[in-house]
Design a protein around this ligand. Structure first.
Ligand code: HEM
Length: 423
């Protein structure tokens, strides 16, 4: 059951756009950090530069992109207003940006005094966003919006757990708390990647794959129970890790199986969709779903902890950033076009079609750079001395191209708007 969308409730364009346009620049920064560190960054998932780059990508890139997408999608899909003042949006944008930068610096250069301010900035920024989002998500949503809303509610809860664990780790790294760091770091990483990022992508996929890719809808029992199943398995795994029991491996295997099944079902929906032509977003969904399936297989079948870095690269760079990049190429030109179209001064023929605001050819070009960067990063986890720097350079090019494609589209639309004559 696909429901008509409440575009009239779209927030002012600047609200989501400021987050969406900033996101890929954190990919450029992560790539520069990895390039500077060279092969040392790729020796293990615990290397200082890898931890720094991880937070430029998870707090900066994914945090900004997910904040922007949520702010746009919730009111339009649920038909319920989301209130976030300009000042609060600016504060959370600055907090996310500064938090990502400080956290990356603290982790990459081992600067104990930076952990507390970094954690306060990032957690404070997320808290502002969570307060606004949670208020809207707590309202009753129309049944067709529920698959996405359910995923988002659980994802926000996952983010709260991630942040609580992240702040605890930061206090420990700042010398203010004594805690079992390796265990908390594993829990924090799992809640961040699966409970927050993974859950959000699953919930959003239920809405946007049928909507933007013209596929069949996901089966109702899947959208009803899959988010709860993921959350329950993650909670069971966490309990087993804390208790130190043997159940952790079983819960992890079941989590991997559930995520693999989601990837396989989504890939099947994409393969049997009505529209045969694949645009850049379709290519990105294929990459994201293939990477998700690959990361679960790697986690289950490859020797650990040696394969952990490659698993993380596939999950963050292939699955999460893949899904986000595809969404950015869909949402940003649509938003720009929609707000030009809504301008009362716009006359017939003055607003270009979406495909001219950001041509698919540019998005496809960027997709192949990103796919090459992902392949090279995976290679660098095996051959750090040979591929560490080339892979980082490719990631910088891919993220930079995305940032510039989006920025140029925004600048072009601003120029068109400036030409509108008062009616
Ligand atoms: C307030 C915000 C955050 C703080 C203060 C924080 C802090 C930390 C710290 C101190 C570590 C290092 C653990 C160690 O070296 O043992 C870490 C690891 C990690 N964090 Fe965060 N974090 C935050 C947000 C996030 C978010 C939102 C994600 C989202 C996915 C995330 C994902 C990760 C991952 C994946 C690792 C492990 C990296 C690895 O094992 O290679 N963090 N975090």
């Amino acid at each position: 059951m696909q429901r008509s969308l409440a575009y009239a409730l779209s927030p002012a364009p600047g609200l989501p756009l400021r987050f969406l346009l900033a996101a890929p620049w954190f990919g450029v920064l992560a790539a520069l950090l990895l390039f500077g560190a060279g092969e040392h960054a790729f020796v293990s998932r615990w290397s200082a530069p890898a931890l720094g780059a991880t937070h430029l990508l998870t707090v900066g890139y994914l945090g900004m992109a997910m904040a922007g997408s949520i702010l746009q999608l919730i009111p339009v899909v649920t038909g319920s207003v989301l209130t976030l003042s300009r000042a609060a949006a600016t504060l959370s944008w600055c907090g996310l940006a500064l938090g990502a930068l400080l956290l990356a610096a603290a982790l990459a250069a081992n600067l104990a005094f930076l952990f507390l301010p970094a954690a306060l900035c990032a957690a404070g920024a997320f808290a502002i966003l969570i307060a606004a989002i949670a208020k809207t998500l707590a309202r009753r949503a129309p049944p067709p919006a529920m698959p996405m809303v359910r995923g988002m509610r659980l994802a926000v809860a996952g983010l709260v757990v991630t942040l609580a664990l992240g702040v605890t780790l930061a206090l420990a790294f700042g010398g203010m708390l004594a805690v079992p760091v390796p265990m908390l770091a594993d829990l924090h990483a799992a809640w961040g990647l699966l409970g927050w990022v993974g859950m959000l992508v699953v919930g959003v996929a239920f809405q946007v794959i049928p909507m933007f890719q013209s596929s069949r809808m996901y089966p109702a029992p899947v959208t009803r129970w899959a988010p709860w199943l993921l959350a329950a398995l993650l909670a069971a795994w966490s309990a087993a890790v804390i208790a130190g029991g043997v159940g952790a491996s079983l819960a992890a295997a079941l989590l991997c199986a559930a995520l693999f099944a989601f990837a396989a079902l989504s890939a099947q929906l994409l393969a049997t969709r009505k529209r045969k032509q694949a645009d850049a977003t379709t290519l990105y969904w294929r990459l994201a779903l293939g990477s998700l399936a690959g990361s679960t297989l790697l986690h289950l079948l490859a020797p650990q902890p040696q394969a952990a870095l490659a698993t993380g690269i596939l999950f963050i760079g292939g699955f999460a950033i893949g899904a986000v990049n595809g969404m950015l190429y869909k949402i940003v030109p649509f938003l720009l076009w929609y707000h030009l179209q809504q301008d009362p001064r716009a006359k017939k023929g003055e607003v270009p079609p979406i495909r001219l605001i950001l041509p698919d050819a540019l998005a496809r070009r960027q997709f192949w750079w990103h796919a090459a960067a992902l392949a090279a990063l995976l290679g660098a986890s095996l051959l750090p001395a040979w591929l560490g720097r080339p892979a980082s350079a490719l990631l910088a090019v891919a993220s930079g191209l995305l940032a510039l494609d989006l920025r140029r589209a925004a600048v072009r639309c601003r120029a068109i708007k400036a030409l509108f004559q008062p009616s």
